[in-house]
Ligand binder design. Structure first.
Ligand SMILES: *Cc1c(COP(=O)(O)O)cnc(C)c1O
Length: 395
């Protein structure tokens, strides 16, 4: 892609930090892990942070540490990254998908209670695209029904609700540092929690179930190797130092996109501001409207790709994935999820995106949108004509 969908922002200081680790004998479970965890906890305003090998690993460990297991139901959005539901299935727990609200694209608090049965154990909420979920309302529902709350803050480091950073509101919160995130460690993640018991459980589980770090062959829990290497931690420390500048740069880019795309017909733009929230921009996602649906979105996406511009369909609903055909729990109506997911399109979005590149993306999108209606249906009818002829000739 000439203009990729995302790109990591690695500077000379990051390279020096990683190279510095390689000149020491400690490549895992060393001082950089401690320093990174300390920095993440401080930044997120949480008592404990536990570095792990990925966001998915962090979510999985939360499920284990909270004692969620076979037959337990967990409320999750289906408009989310597949990992939120996969980690439940790793433990034979059941994802109960609840619909989202179209404004924030987050779990709709007014639909949660109807999905709670006596097997419900937790709510796993997602701060989608870096926009905080309705935390006070969801925490109140959880309190009334004695449910745990896990925050998937993998897309939302630095986002705030009522002036308080996300991640530390529930029993545990998870950040991720894959190269497309706001800051990266290559692969990596971190769990934050206020609860010291959960924190020590997470530390044991990520390290083969060891509770005593002095005894390498004493395993008190069924654990994993979900450790985060020192090189990754050094990169994370270095990146986290720049996070304020990174988040404002991303906000600036979102503003530029909105300015350039404003007024284009059949296009809905993301809100730059929402009440009580400070956003942390992860991706920039526009949505088609009017008569434009999935076939038009897919046609535009393919055309953009052909022109060397990266685009993505953030998100494809989890409950519609082949791997989930027979793995969903009792499921409410997911109409908003299905509607929005079929019309969303993520545009190139990364710290070092240039003004000329933004302009090029917007020009191409502006050109393709009015064509989409006709071209997509032409292609459809050409395809069905071809299918018809193929069917006839085989008779
Ligand atoms: C990135 C992400 C994760 C974790 O991804 P990893 O690739 O495992 O680090 C989890 N949930 C959401 C919503 C994400 O965007």
């Amino acid at each position: 892609m000439r203009i990729p969908l995302s790109a990591p922002d690695v500077q000379q200081e990051d390279i020096d930090a990683v190279a510095g680790v390689l000149r020491t004998p400690r490549l895992s479970l060393g001082p950089k892990l401690e320093e990174f965890e300390h920095a993440i906890a401080g930044y997120a305003g949480a008592a404990h942070a536990i570095g792990v090998s990925s966001g998915t690993a962090g979510l999985h460990l939360c499920i284990r540490a909270l004692g969620i297991g076979e037959g337990d139901e967990v409320i999750v959005p289906s408009f989310a990254f597949i990992a939120v539901a996969n980690v439940l299935r790793y433990e034979k727990a059941i994802p109960v998908f609840v619909d989202i609200e179209p404004g924030s694209l987050n779990l709709d608090p007014s639909r949660i209670e109807a999905a709670i049965t006596n097997r419900a154990k937790a709510i796993l909420l997602v701060h989608t695209f870096g926009c905080p979920a309705e935390l006070p309302a969801i925490l109140e529902i959880a309190r009334q029904h004695h449910l745990c709350v896990i925050e998937d803050a993998c897309e939302a480091i630095g986002a705030e609700f009522d002036g308080r950073k996300v991640g530390g509101w529930g029993d545990a919160g998870v950040f991720a540092f894959y190269p497309n995130k706001q800051i990266t460690t290559g692969e990596g993640g971190a769990v934050v929690t206020e609860n010291p018991r959960i924190a020590s459980m997470l530390r044991a589980l990520r390290n083969q179930g060891r509770t005593d770090s002095n005894d390498w062959f004493q395993h008190s829990e069924l654990g994993y190797n979900y450790r985060l290497a020192e090189m990754n931690c050094a990169l994370g420390i270095s990146q986290l130092k720049r996070i304020d500048a990174i988040l404002s740069r991303r906000e600036e880019i979102a503003g530029k996109y909105n300015e350039k795309l404003r007024g284009i017909e059949n296009l809905r733009l993301p809100a730059l501001e929402l009440p009580r929230r400070k956003l942390s921009w992860f991706v920039y996602v526009v949505r088609l409207s009017g008569a434009l649906t999935q076939i038009h979105r897919d046609w535009i996406m393919n055309e953009m790709h052909r022109r060397g511009i990266g685009c993505g369909r953030y998100f494809a609903p989890v409950h519609m994935q082949p791997a989930y055909r027979s793995a969903c729990g009792p499921r409410a109506d997911l109409r908003v999820t299905e509607f929005e997911a079929s019309r969303c399109l993520a545009l190139p979005f990364f710290n070092r995106l240039q003004d000329e590149q933004i302009a090029e993306v917007c020009e191409n999108l502006g050109e393709l949108l009015p064509l989409a209606g006709n071209r997509a249906s032409e292609e459809l009818s050409a395809n069905s004509a071809a299918a018809f002829l193929a069917g006839n000739s085989s008779n």
